[in-house]
Design a binder for this molecule. Structure first.
Ligand code: ADP
Ligand code: MG
Length: 307
């Protein structure tokens, strides 16, 4: 059996710094990681997850620009981004596989994914997840929603509770066993809480790195690879003495997280996700750039978190 590789693609990596995020830009950006994933499908069974920070924020803004149609809650917008980004990844992967192998026989499916969160999660009280475009520097207090200053600039923030379990884990496991390449947990998954015997959507965006680690754990993936727009985790990021780490022992990673070396809304959850996956029994966890996914799998790029 080929080992299971879960690749998490950053929503920010689909829209690169300085781009407005047209579909042409996003498709072009996607071909970089997806062409590598196509080649990796020869050696691995594959799950692809993806973020949606910029995209879900764009949808939210579009809602607010139009008073004529009813506004949709955030959970519905997350579901929409699973559709739009899932479609873009699926069609790009199909094209790349055809380029690589001619008429290919690979089965690809995008799974609409719910992710359970705890309704008492403290994340509901303090929004931390940046979404949408970088805003101009006008008085943030004048905005009708909370914002945060990120490495990219000022962005809107929404609640981001932790993922408890992936509701479709059994379906995803079955699909993997049947040979499908599965795209799942887009945008961290549609956040739901328990409601009677069923579920109810909530206004939040789950961090896709933490959701990916949970999915990787629950389906028994061997390798978790988190691909983003920087080459890995750095100490003194963006400051004199900046150093991208090639190997990061778990003890040091935990200490750096405590000291806030990795920003809470961006690199922090990636390192945390890697630690969580290794603790749950995963074999390898690497954070790398979307340009160097294959090299990272080969151990030649990125930051490898060590047990
Ligand atoms: P994604 O959409 O891939 O999840 P994020 O913006 O959430 O992207 O996370 C990647 C960003 O993390 C980088 O672009 C970088 O600006 C930021 N970052 C914060 N702290 C660090 C750090 N210590 N090392 C590397 N990158 C960092
Ligand atoms: Mg992120």
């Amino acid at each position: 059996m080929r080992p299971i590789l879960l690749v998490a693609l950053g929503g920010n990596a689909l829209i690169r710094k300085g781009q407005s995020g047209t579909i042409r830009e996003q498709l072009e950006n996607l071909s970089v990681p997806v062409s590598q994933i196509a080649r990796l499908s020869r050696t691995f069974r594959l799950i692809i997850t993806h973020g949606n920070g910029p995209q879900v924020g764009h949808l939210l803004l579009q809602q607010e620009c139009c008073a004529q149609v009813p506004r949709l809650p955030l959970e519905i917008l997350v579901a929409q981004t699973q559709g739009q980004i899932g479609y873009m990844i699926e069609s790009t992967l199909d094209n790349e596989l055809t380029r690589l192998e001619g008429q290919h026989q690979k089965l690809i499916v995008t799974v609409l994914s719910y992710v359970l969160v705890d309704e008492n999660d403290p994340g509901f009280l303090k929004p931390t997840k940046p979404i949408g475009p970088v805003l101009n520097e006008d008085d943030p207090a004048a905005r009708p929603y909370p914002t945060v200053k990120t490495e990219r600039g000022i962005r809107r923030v929404v609640a981001s509770p932790r993922p408890v379990t992936i509701i479709e884990k059994r379906e995803i496991k079955k699909l993997i066993a049947m040979g499908f390449i599965v795209i799942a947990c887009g945008g961290g998954g549609i956040p739901v809480i328990r409601h009677g015997r069923g579920f109810q959507g909530v206004d939040a965006v789950i961090d896709k790195d933490l959701a990916s680690a949970k999915l990787a754990e629950e389906v028994g993936a061997h390798l978790l690879l988190i691909a983003t727009d920087v080459e890995g985790a750095a100490i003194s990021y963006g400051a004199p003495g900046e150093e991208f780490l090639r190997r990061l022992p778990a003890d040091r990673a935990r200490e750096c997280l405590r000291k806030g070396v990795f920003s809470p809304g961006s690199m922090g959850p990636k390192v945390e996700a890697a630690l969580q996956f290794l603790k749950s029994g995963g074999s390898r966890a690497v954070i790398c750039s979307i340009d160097s996914i294959e090299k990272a799998v080969a151990g030649e790029a990125g930051t490898e978190i060590m047990k």
